[in-house]
Design a protein around this ligand. Structure first.
Ligand code: AHG
Ligand code: MN
Ligand code: MN
Length: 319
């Protein structure tokens, strides 16, 4: 059909007549993220040609060596979001502190919290990386809010194609960047996770450091004919889980008692997406989106995916 895949991201969001206060301004924020991600996609695709692979030479607040593209992606997002009239605060994995943009009294009604480039250790080997984002209300001028207050959440995968997966609290939609149009177009609405799928996804190198329940789960999965799939980029592993089912885990270890993934810009946005798609997203002792954040970069254990697969993990944790 000549009009197939011709609904752009903005047209789709406008047509949804979202039952959200300030929906038009929220759509503008998503538009700013869309522009930034299209620029980042271009830079990721040309990384080797433009010699922006490798380390930037500095460490971020987590003491992790920043990749050049971490820094570039963060700057692109900050630039696009600062220009958006309804953004009040930006917070990034690559910024020590939240970045005030404009007060609520001046129209800054949204906070945008993001991981500008997730999986950046995979950049140099051309494995999928992405941007993860979370939009919160700026009611009290702070980003330290529970994930259940998110107004929107999503990610962009820079892979074999550039995809945006997005929820505004009314289901999960999938968009693909059409390079000829230079815009994201809608390809699937209302994504729903399969209830079960024999795939588990975690870094088994840390098995001996996991609490016993996780080790018992792994023994059960090995005996149960499960497949193991682990990309090492959260966006890649979560995207596969959303589309095919299974369970993605980043458990606590003796080295990292709260796990490695950050609550505000990895755990919460992915948890909103997975729950909106009919799955489960838990810390192992409660919903991720119910955790009360104490600081910007705090970490959380993550178990998310098909509800029957997550239930199987929780069964072993509660033994
Ligand atoms: P980031 O590149 O934003 O720091 O995130 C990397 C994270 C996440 O993408 C992935 O799930 C996890 O690191 C992989 O960690 P391990 O290498 O310890 O498995
Ligand atoms: Mn990340
Ligand atoms: Mn990152």
């Amino acid at each position: 059909m000549v009009h197939e895949n011709l609904t752009t991201l903005r047209e789709h969001l406008v047509s949804r007549k979202l039952a959200l206060e300030h929906a038009a301004e929220l759509i503008d924020v998503i538009g700013a993220i869309s522009l930034a991600s299209r620029s980042i996609a271009h830079k990721v695709r040309r990384a080797r040609l433009a010699d922006v692979l490798g380390e930037a030479g500095g460490d971020n607040v987590h003491g992790e060596a920043q990749q050049k593209l971490d820094v570039i992606s963060n700057e692109v997002l900050l630039h696009c979001l600062r220009r958006c009239p309804s953004v009040g605060i930006c917070a990034s994995e690559e910024e020590d502190e939240a970045v005030p943009v404009r007060p609520l009294s001046d129209g800054g009604r949204f906070c945008v919290v993001y991981d500008p480039l997730d999986g950046s250790s995979n950049i140099d080997v051309a494995v999928s990386v992405g941007t993860i984002f979370s939009v919160l209300p700026n009611d009290d001028e702070s980003v330290l809010q529970r994930g259940e207050r998110q107004l929107a959440a999503g990610y962009v995968v820079y892979g074999s194609s550039v995809l945006m997966v997005l929820t505004l609290g009314e289901g999960v939609d999938l968009f693909v960047l059409d390079p000829d149009l230079g815009d994201f177009v809608l390809v699937q609405q209302g994504l729903q996770l399969p209830a079960s799928r024999k795939i588990y996804s975690l870094n088994e190198a840390y098995r001996d450091d996991f609490p016993g329940g996780y080790q018992r789960y792994l023994d059960d999965a090995h005996a149960g004919g499960y497949s193991s799939r682990y990309i090492g980029s959260m966006v890649g592993d979560v995207h596969r889980t959303l589309l095919k089912g299974g369970v993605f885990l980043y458990p606590p270890t003796t080295q990292a008692p709260s796990g490695k993934l950050r609550l505000l810009y990895e755990g919460n946005p992915m948890a909103m997406l997975v729950e909106q798609a009919g799955g489960t997203a838990t810390t192992g002792s409660g919903r991720i989106v119910e955790v009360e954040p104490a600081e910007l970069h705090q970490r959380t254990p993550v178990i998310l995916g098909s509800r029957e697969e997550v239930a199987r993990v929780l069964g072993h944790l509660q033994e």
